[in-house]
Ligand binder design. Structure first.
Ligand code: PEP
Ligand code: MN
Length: 337
């Protein structure tokens, strides 16, 4: 259940509601979302308790929600969430293009990609300073030095920037540098990290865990929202299946499924799904056709020399060609790039 509190309510009124919930052993959390106060209740109470709650003068509405995720559900929030950052809108009519290298490797490397993306409709430069690597011997990212290079590229090229955070201890530092924080697939259920980014004040791209169901994914989004951050962007990046022709299997059906379950924007990362660059055009076009609000694509000026994920990185010229195709698909879907 979600209990919306009236703006005129006092702290004492909220305390009274909480006591009532405690008396009935109903786990709950008070959420301050901008000017609104909401109490998220773990379960749906009986009709009698619901009536009791609705009768309280401080309660605007006490609404039962059938799904385990409440704040992320379309039932609780029938209007689509549109996240405004700078002069872009994520979840609006326009498809948002985010592109860049897997990792920040040097100033020259980041510069070359940012330069190559010029004029291709990209509004967000993706790049990671902290890298989750399967091998402890692989390049782990440039850390804070990388964040600084990212900020310089932002200033020079007028792009917004997004990057991954992996460690609770780095959240404040990363949030101070970038416009959008990314939670990678491997950390989708790192609940302490989700709580921390819930408090960071920056929009969050939440990637789908590679073995996670859509419901588990939405529960992770719920953690971030319940800890005070409503600006969550879901990113489908492929899931593990028996198929090994691709690195992961891009679950295109998750896009229309999510559109029926949640008000949150949905973007797609075809690069980590495919793990090979020849499939990126088809998967990107299909993602837009399926209703995605944006794309997150790896582009590198010299993929052969890339410190990670070179095989799936497009050259800037290939990306520019792909955008020409994507504009047509967007138009066919009644959207723009
Ligand atoms: C990434 O986007 O850099 C990344 C590591 O992707 P994922 O978390 O989806 O594997
Ligand atoms: Mn990568």
């Amino acid at each position: 259940m979600l209990i919306k509190i009236k703006k005129s309510a006092h702290a004492g009124d909220i305390q009274m509601i909480r006591q009532l919930l405690n008396r009935h052993n109903l786990g709950h959390r008070v959420i301050n979302a901008g000017t609104e106060t909401i109490i998220g209740v773990e379960a749906n109470p009986s009709e009698e308790i619901a009536r009791e709650l609705n009768a309280l003068s401080a309660v605007e509405s006490a609404m039962p929600i059938a799904t385990p995720y409440k704040l992320a559900s379309l039932a609780a929030h029938p209007e689509k969430t549109v996240i405004r950052i700078g002069n872009i809108e994520i979840g609006g009519e326009a498809i948002v293009l985010m592109a860049g290298p897997c990792a920040i490797e040097s100033q020259e490397q980041l510069e070359a990609v940012a330069e190559g993306l010029k004029g291709t409709g990209v509004s967000v430069l993706r790049a990671s300073a902290y890298k989750p690597r399967t091998s402890p011997y692989s390049f782990q990212g440039m850390g804070e030095e990388g964040l600084k290079l990212h900020v310089s590229a932002k200033a020079k090229h007028g792009l917004l920037i997004e990057t991954e955070v992996m460690d609770v201890r780095d959240v404040a530092l990363v949030a101070a540098h970038v416009d959008i924080i990314r939670i990678g697939a491997r950390n989708m259920q790192n609940f302490d990290l989700l709580k921390e980014v819930g408090k960071c004040g920056k929009p969050v791209i939440l990637k789908r865990g590679m073995s996670s169901t859509i419901e588990e994914w939405l529960m992770s989004a719920e953690y971030i929202i319940a800890h005070g951050n409503p600006d969550v962007i879901l990113c489908e990046r492929g899931i593990r299946t028996f198929e090994n022709a691709t690195r992961s299997t891009l679950d295109l059906s998750s896009i229309p499924v999510l559109k029926r379950l949640t008000h949150l924007p949905v973007i797609v990362d075809p690069s980590h799904a495919a793990g090979r660059k020849d499939l990126i055009p088809a998967l990107s076009a299909a993602a837009i056709a399926a209703g995605a609000d944006g794309l997150l694509v790896e582009v590198h000026a010299n993929p052969k020399k890339a410190k990670c994920d070179g095989k799936q990185a497009l050259l800037p010229i290939e990306w520019a060609e792909l955008v020409c195709l994507l504009k047509k698909v967007a138009l066919a879907m009644g959207r723009s790039i």
